[in-house]
Design a protein around this ligand. Sequence first.
Ligand code: GDP
Length: 472
Amino acid sequence: MQEKKLMDETISAIATAPGEGGIGIIRISGEKAISIANKIFRPFAAKSIEEYGYRMAIYGKVQDEQGKIIDEAICIVMNAPNSYTCEDVVEIQCHGGSIVMREILSLTYRMGARAAEPGEFTKRAFLNGRLDLSQAQAVMDVINAKTKASLQMAMSHLSGGFSDKIKAFRNDILSIIAHLEASIDFPEDDIEGMDFEDTREKVKLLQDKIRKILESASTGIILRDGLKTAIIGKPNAGKSSIMNLLLGQERAIVTDVPGTTRDSIEEYVNIGGIPLRLIDTAGIRNTDDIVEKIGVEKAYSYANDAELVLAVFDSNEELNSEDEEIIQLMDNCPGNVIVIMNKMDLSADTNNDIISEKIKNCHNARIRGIVPMSAKSGEGKDTLENLLKDIVYGGHTDIVESQVLCDARQGEILRQTANLLDDTINTIDMGMSEDFIVIDLRSAWEKLGEITGETIEDDIVDQIFSNFCIGK
Ligand code: GDP
């Protein structure tokens, strides 16, 4: 009810990225979109935008209440339901300066639109049935894709790949339910094929399919959100240099230029299609000494927080107490660890055997490999890349094709559905009647609907869309 009222309002927002650009787009959606556009936009070659057909690029000027020209622009009208939101939508393509865009935006507000909330255009597309929830989420995944592989998966979700799978699972459940209900309603008719062994098999088959998706879900989550990565090592081991090598450019160097750190504490690097989310890159650049300057505790918390730890050692120097400390830290962190023996170009190799020996004594760490590297020459980067692929894809290189790009919520729903199907199987095994089996199956059917948004609470929908950007 409240959604309905909100949907009655016309919304507007700047749809292009914040900051300055060649072109900026102001998007208006809702009942009043076209009348607002008529008030603020005058085509050069006609009296009003209505003289043009829909979806035409109309060249004209944007002007305020007093007739003062704010900008020259292109206006495109997309009438309901043939628009992104299924409502009347107007897009004004103006010059991409922040002042000009803000002026036009506030003009739309004065003419009756209100500021769109984050993700509200896509939320309307969802509420109006143009996209299901999983597709709506894929819109953000397309925008936020960190690598080609994540983009490929997001696009497959957007075009309904994942939704179709979920819908097929739900249909499978419904047909099992229909069969069971027929036997409840007409117990005297011996429904053909109706035996619990058959039902059990069907449920099991479905559960296997869901579990198969779950197996690859963690890869999907990594490709979507990035593998949280910490680079640790003593001062001068080459952490910043390794990071720069991974970033593929020199822009991150800060060691000898004090105070030139960037604000961002997270940065993504794309290693062989796998996005690594580097933790506190600013921190690493900011200090020569991750253990001393930011404190052992902080270094521990990075390492503990990370899904992947890159432990960097200087292969050209004797192992010292700081290295020992890093080894200890590495041994106690829960994520995967890759040991990087840096500065191979200097090739003294003093450290390698000693480190390898020490690593054999690291019983807790999930050490996935020791990579001789040179941040200077780039040697070893390929080996690192292969090791990463092995960690993420577990040896399946074709995984992207069949991959689903689950987020944590979707993964959890699939897990819960598989558990509910376990309950169903137990109910069958306990010899309970059809009614009880149907109850279990219905719960699984409803649970799955939370992925596509067919059975979901409003506040969860709100929460999902609140993570979107404004204007999307
Ligand atoms: P951090 O303190 O661990 O971040 O170390 P830096 O990345 O700032 O590197 C410390 C010094 O080692 C710098 O002078 C780098 O140029 C140098 N260095 C880093 N990696 C290599 C490498 O692979 N080979 C050589 N020869 N020098 C390196």
